[in-house]
Ligand binder design. Structure first.
Ligand SMILES: [Zn+2]
Length: 459
């Protein structure tokens, strides 16, 4: 009997996956591990990847005759980053540009470029928070396009005049007498008023491959017609979305700014609060009671927010941004105090260079506000838990955990030069935003692995 290290380690780990005879194996030697959950590095370790999962983690040498060996040279091995709320297909400078000037083919090409740039920035998983179905995800899984694992939400669901309504002022309401917006025709957004319409919209999204559904339960900033204070959906409307999602074993993520909107969502079963800027003691208590999560875009707290093109393009949005920033001044102090289950949110609407600069700056801001460890968890294990709220039935990647370095987890890994627990710039964090140098990849991300396959190796 051939005594290979691979077979021994597979037996030892009692993993649920089968070992195929020609499984690809990679052995990382001499790495310091940040596992996504603990505020420490496991120094001088070795990690064996078989096929697409982590098969063994050991302080002592792992022997594997068949493995490709990557000498980590004391660098940090950590989970791939996870975007908790992005918009790959919202690939234009503003909502009105997307609505009026971009057709499906240009959006498809642009979103493919966004997907590749995300992966090359270390994002190996991506929860898309509305604006696309599962088409790009399928193309990535089929290896036609390079990109992260995608958990799509389908079209945003919101009522007439909401943050999900992309029409111009003069576009007729489709229910009464007119055509849909381009965004609606492309399935990026769905206007749904009332319980029945919301149920149909949710079911339509799941039918087309959504892994969770996204509702716009309050007003927003970058859209034209909705004050951010707006409570857009009522109790029964939110319950309708939650019922449909739960029927698929999944959950609802809900755009909510005001305290009333956040509380209403939590009380009606929403598991993922998006933005959540009015976060306070009462919300913290209810979130904990309900086992809910929150993702927040940190750029909302930057004095440079007004320069974001989706906001600067519209005087109405610029006014809303200023009023929202003033109203949400206690958010950072409250998150520091109550430490909710917070996931990273980039929320970029735009193209590669703008989104890289925005996300790099947000990684920097989050680490500045809350400390590197808390924000690294937001970027890895917490967002991994959020992805898994989609449940065993619709989760497209149900065989392992995401966002952690653990035996049995998917092999989505970064080999990083430097220690991100001490220096957030090694994973791309950048103090600069609009004046940041355009970049092509991140030099300190030396190896990027997704699903056991190497997409970058600059060693
Ligand atoms: Zn968003």
């Amino acid at each position: 009997m051939k005594k290979s290290g691979i077979k021994l380690s597979a037996i030892a780990c009692a993993c649920s996956f089968a070992l195929s005879a020609n499984a690809a194996t990679t052995l990382f030697t001499n790495v310091d591990i940040f596992n996504g959950t603990e505020d420490k590095l496991y120094e001088d370790h070795h990690v064996l990847v078989i096929d697409n999962k982590i098969a063994k983690i050991s302080k002592s040498t792992i022997k594997s005759a068949d493995a490709m060996v990557i000498d980590g040279q004391g660098m940090t091995l950590m989970p791939g980053l996870i975007e908790g709320h992005g918009h790959l297909q919202m690939a234009g400078g503003s909502l009105s540009e997307i609505e009026n000037n971009l057709n499906w083919e240009e959006l498809a090409v642009r979103s493919s470029a966004n997907a590749k740039a995300a992966l090359m920035s270390g994002f190996t998983s991506w929860r898309d928070a509305g604006g696309m179905g599962a088409g790009l995800k399928k193309a990535v899984d089929a290896e036609l396009v390079e990109g992260p694992r995608i958990y799509p939400s389908g079209g945003f669901i919101g009522p007439t005049g909401s943050h999900a309504d992309f029409r111009n002022l003069t576009t007729p309401n489709e229910t009464f007498n007119g055509p849909q917006s381009s965004g609606a025709r492309l399935g990026m957004t769905i206007t749904a008023d009332g319980v029945d319409a919301i149920k149909t919209a949710g079911r339509q999204n799941f039918m087309q491959g959504a892994t969770q559904i996204k509702i716009m339960s309050s007003g927003g900033v970058a859209s034209q017609f909705d004050p951010w204070q707006l409570e857009a959906y009522s109790d029964d409307e939110i319950q309708a979305a939650v019922q449909v999602a739960n029927a698929y074993g999944s959950y609802v993520m809900s755009h909510a700014y005001s305290k009333q909107a956040i509380m209403r969502n939590l009380e009606n079963g929403v598991k993922s609060i998006e933005h959540g800027f009015s976060f306070d003691a009462e919300i913290a208590e209810l979130m904990e009671e309900k086992g809910a999560y929150m993702t927040t875009n940190m750029q909302a707290f930057s004095p440079l927010l007004g320069q974001v093109s989706a906001i600067s393009a519209s005087p109405a949005s610029a006014r809303k941004a200023a009023s929202a920033q003033a109203a949400f001044k206690d958010y950072i102090a409250n998150v520091k105090k109550f430490r909710p289950k917070l996931g990273f949110q980039g929320d970029c609407v735009g193209l590669v260079n703008a989104c890289q600069a925005q996300n790099d700056h947000q990684i920097y801001l989050g680490a500045e506000f809350f400390g590197n460890f808390y924000y690294l968890k937001a970027l890895t294990s917490v967002n991994g838990e959020i992805l898994k709220l989609s449940g065993d039935v619709v989760d497209p990647y149900p065989e392992g955990k995401l966002g952690v370095v653990e035996v049995g987890a998917y092999a989505d890994l970064l080999l990083v030069e430097g220690n991100p627990l001490e220096d957030i710039t090694v994973i791309g964090g950048n103090e600069k935003w609009f004046d940041a140098e355009p970049r092509n990849g991140i030099d300190t991300l030396r190896v990027i692995m997704k699903d056991g396959k190497i997409y970058k190796n600059s060693l």
